[in-house]
Design a protein around this ligand. Sequence first.
Ligand SMILES: *[C@@H]1O[C@H](CO)[C@@H](O)[C@H](O)[C@H]1NC(C)=O
Ligand SMILES: *[C@@H]1O[C@H](CO)[C@@H](O)[C@H](O)[C@H]1NC(C)=O
Ligand SMILES: *[C@@H]1O[C@H](CO)[C@@H](O)[C@H](O)[C@H]1NC(C)=O
Ligand SMILES: *[C@@H]1O[C@H](CO)[C@@H](O)[C@H](O)[C@H]1NC(C)=O
Ligand SMILES: *[C@@H]1O[C@H](CO)[C@@H](O)[C@H](O)[C@H]1NC(C)=O
Length: 231
Amino acid sequence: MEVRWIGVKSQRLGPPSSTVGLIFSLLLGLWSAQALEMSVGKIPTLEAVNGSTVILPCTYSSCIGIKDLYFNWQFNDNGTMQKVCESVIPSEGVEPHVDIYRERVEFVGKNHQNNISILLWNITFEDGGKYTCFGRNPKEKFKNHSAIFHLIVVDELRVVDNTLTIMIASAVGGAIALLMGFMLLKNFTLFVLAKLEEKNKECLVTSSGIDNTENGLSGTKADSKPTPKKK
Ligand SMILES: *[C@@H]1O[C@H](CO)[C@@H](O)[C@H](O)[C@H]1NC(C)=O
Ligand SMILES: *[C@@H]1O[C@H](CO)[C@@H](O)[C@H](O)[C@H]1NC(C)=O
Ligand SMILES: *[C@@H]1O[C@H](CO)[C@@H](O)[C@H](O)[C@H]1NC(C)=O
Ligand SMILES: *[C@@H]1O[C@H](CO)[C@@H](O)[C@H](O)[C@H]1NC(C)=O
Ligand SMILES: *[C@@H]1O[C@H](CO)[C@@H](O)[C@H](O)[C@H]1NC(C)=O
């Protein structure tokens, strides 16, 4: 009932503005939900040895679907964006023809499940840097969307780091082992102490119990036994 009252009041105050606001926010919500999204995965960085072959991952998703989606890959070379490849995808699931402008690049995503990943063959140190996966869906009034993938080319997978991680791991492992040992020791001591205490208690209880029961039993027995005998 109170809610209705509030509603009536606000409507009285200004129904046109509130309705317009509501519609506007609804539209905004729909808009943001429908927007195209480019994704280069959860870990947008890759460290790879020169000479190896790497995949630059990218997928797109759109709630309203796509039609003639334009996409490209760009390489940021000292601030100037160089097109790596580009294409227009007529619709989902259709393998597009991709124009490639950089050597040792292959389009391997094939638009399978919105996959527009590319492969970089035999990478050199010049290949290291930021790659932008860019997409534009005409259904969305040509809004731009992109995601950046960072490729780091290294000479060798660093050994120093490995030893460091091993050292850290063993140190952590050692600490954990020490802690566990300490806990075990503590638990053991507590256990022994508890046992000792239990024994003491048992001794106390049993001794007192024996005393009591013996007295009581002997008393009752002494009382009961003679009674049948008496009877
Ligand atoms: C990587 O680069 C180093 C130094 O330039 C070179 O010696 C090595 O042969 C290269 N490795 C490959 C696999 O190309
Ligand atoms: C990018 O910068 C490096 C070092 O600053 C330079 O050697 C290289 O020539 C530059 N590349 C271009 C395309 O300007
Ligand atoms: C990559 O390197 C291998 C071995 O050097 C060579 O056989 C292959 O053709 C190269 N691939 C490309 C795409 O350059
Ligand atoms: C995209 O395609 C490549 C090559 O087939 C594959 O390695 C990769 O796992 C695919 N990515 C996704 C997210 O399906
Ligand atoms: C989208 O990107 C293109 C370049 O590909 C640029 O010309 C255009 O201004 C951008 N549009 C918006 C809305 O940022």
